[in-house]
Design a binder for this molecule. Structure first.
Ligand code: ADP
Ligand code: NI
Length: 217
């Protein structure tokens, strides 16, 4: 993507995300687009299509913009204004329709570029950044960090996943630890293995501290 288009895209995204409290911030989108570019280069995919789709992937998210979700109106009108060819717009919309994780109803994208953007979005939910995002989300929703009495609930459908309330540590079992095995590309699998190990090590440490068992190491 050339510098001018990139700069106008950032301007558009800053406007879209300025009032957001759902965790769909500009920084997440920028991280996903950088990661999508990295994976696309490694997988010999269409790099600029992955980048554009990643940049557009959250602007019509149901939490951020429920009125435009179905038609992807925000993404479409921006790309139209920028004179992106119709074919490219349709390819980008096709990718973002397949990206989001919603419990067990989630789908495997049918294009390499879709798989890559989905991987990049999921990678941003795990590892050090993933931990930070989970607790930021938990704090914003008044959730407890952890509660040993609460048992994680797996295999939720889309509706159940959206309405489910639990502690942030449970979110690791219900979503974050599942993501490693849901990566589509080899490149993302490699990155996910490291991030997943890091999250497990972090949670082990957290639980030791919770029980007061690692005070004198
Ligand atoms: P996406 O970026 O794929 O649309 P979500 O909107 O599902 O992701 O979630 C945004 C961020 O908030 C992610 O990092 C996710 O792990 C985190 N998150 C979502 N639901 C919860 C939850 N119940 N507890 C803690 N973190 C959550
Ligand atoms: Ni996202």
């Amino acid at each position: 993507m050339d510098d001018k288009l990139y700069n106008r895209t950032i301007e558009f995204l800053s406007e879209q995300f300025k009032n957001d409290s759902s965790g769909h911030d500009l920084d997440h989108t920028l991280r996903v687009s950088r990661m999508a570019v990295t994976i696309a280069e490694n997988e010999h995919a269409d790099v600029s299509r992955c980048e554009l789709a990643a940049l557009m992937h959250d602007v019509d998210d149901y939490k951020l913009s429920p009125d435009t979700e179905a038609e992807h109106r925000n993404a479409r009108s921006f790309m139209n204004r920028e004179n992106i060819p119709d074919e490219e717009i349709e390819a980008v919309i096709h990718i973002i329709e397949q990206v989001s994780f919603s419990g067990t109803d989630t789908q495997v994208p049918d294009t390499l570029e879709g798989k890559i953007v989905q991987d990049a979005d999921r990678l941003d939910a795990i590892g050090a950044i993933g931990i930070a995002r989970a607790f930021a989300y938990g704090g914003a929703h008044g959730r407890k960090l952890y509660d040993p009495k609460e048992i994680p609930e797996n295999h939720l459908s889309k509706a159940e996943y959206r309405n489910h309330v639990s502690t942030t540590v449970n979110h690791f079992h219900e979503k974050l630890f599942l993501l490693k095995n849901m990566m589509n590309t080899e490149t993302a699998k490699q990155i996910a293995i490291h991030r997943d190990e890091f999250m497990h090590a972090w949670l082990d440490e957290f639980l030791l501290e919770w029980d007061g068992r690692n005070q004198f190491r």
